[in-house]
Write a protein that binds this ligand. Structure first.
Ligand SMILES: CC(C)(COP(=O)(O)OP(=O)(O)OC[C@H]1O[C@@H](n2cnc3c(N)ncnc32)[C@H](O)[C@@H]1OP(=O)(O)O)[C@@H](O)C(=O)NCCC(=O)NCCS
Length: 188
């Protein structure tokens, strides 16, 4: 007998009612050291930047991910997480493509990720880059990460060739200096 077709899902912008479930999916993965925790407050604050995948049958949110704008030419895929029993069904791909499309519509030419999932992001057209060349602003959240002094995440970048370079000043370049400075600043 053929196996039943997987339930259909909907990709849509997140709404406030999704936040508790989004936080649960993200923070379960964060407990395993795969990503940073997100508070409900942060998710509400940046909710317009997030999409969710919802099971059309049960209504349950099964995956989420967002896009954070770093600078005129750079945005970051953030808080990308698929519920463990829903992985390998294309939800992660759809969420990254939604974030990339959002960047394209905003006129942002490059999309990056800090990740342990190199093979997944390579499938989606991202390439490994030297993370020390990323702007300092990227590292602002790292001060909240227990691994900040020994970060082993891989920096990956996808260039959107159909989006022109935005004019304007370049951001200050720099790697893990910012979290170290922030920790030192806290002591004084
Ligand atoms: C990483 C993650 C988002 C991937 O989502 P997913 O829905 O399972 O991935 P998809 O089904 O969309 O996979 C897309 C493609 O990547 C491949 N892929 C996914 N995970 C992979 C992995 N760990 N290694 C190699 N390839 C992988 C799939 O085979 C698929 O390939 P295809 O081009 O042949 O279709 C998901 O595993 C997850 O939530 N992990 C825990 C949290 C996490 O690490 N988030 C990333 C933070 S940056």
């Amino acid at each position: 007998m053929p196996s039943p077709a997987p339930p259909s899902t909907i990709l849509r912008p997140a709404v406030v009612a999704d936040v508790p479930r989004m936080a649960a999916i993200i923070n379960d993965a964060a407990e395993l050291g795969l990503m940073l925790h997100k508070s409900h407050a942060k998710l509400y604050e940046h909710l317009r930047a997030y999409h969710v995948v919802q099971d059309a049958g049960t209504g349950e949110v099964v995956a989420t991910g967002g896009l954070s704008i770093i600078w005129a030419n750079l945005a970051e895929v953030v808080a990308l997480a698929v519920a463990p029993d829903q992985r390998g069904r294309g939800h992660g791909r759809r969420l990254v493509e939604a974030a990339v499309q959002q960047a394209r519509e905003l006129g942002i030419r490059q999309v990056m990720s800090l990740t342990y999932e190199q093979a997944f992001f390579e499938r989606l057209g991202f390439r490994v880059i030297d993370r020390h060349k990323l702007p300092m602003k990227v590292w602002a959240d790292c001060v909240h990460c227990p691994k900040h002094a020994a970060c082993d995440e891989i920096a990956m970048l996808r260039v959107l060739d159909d989006v022109p370079e935005a004019p304007g000043p370049a951001p200050a370049a720099g790697g893990i200096a910012l979290p170290v400075l922030a920790v030192e600043g806290k002591r004084s």
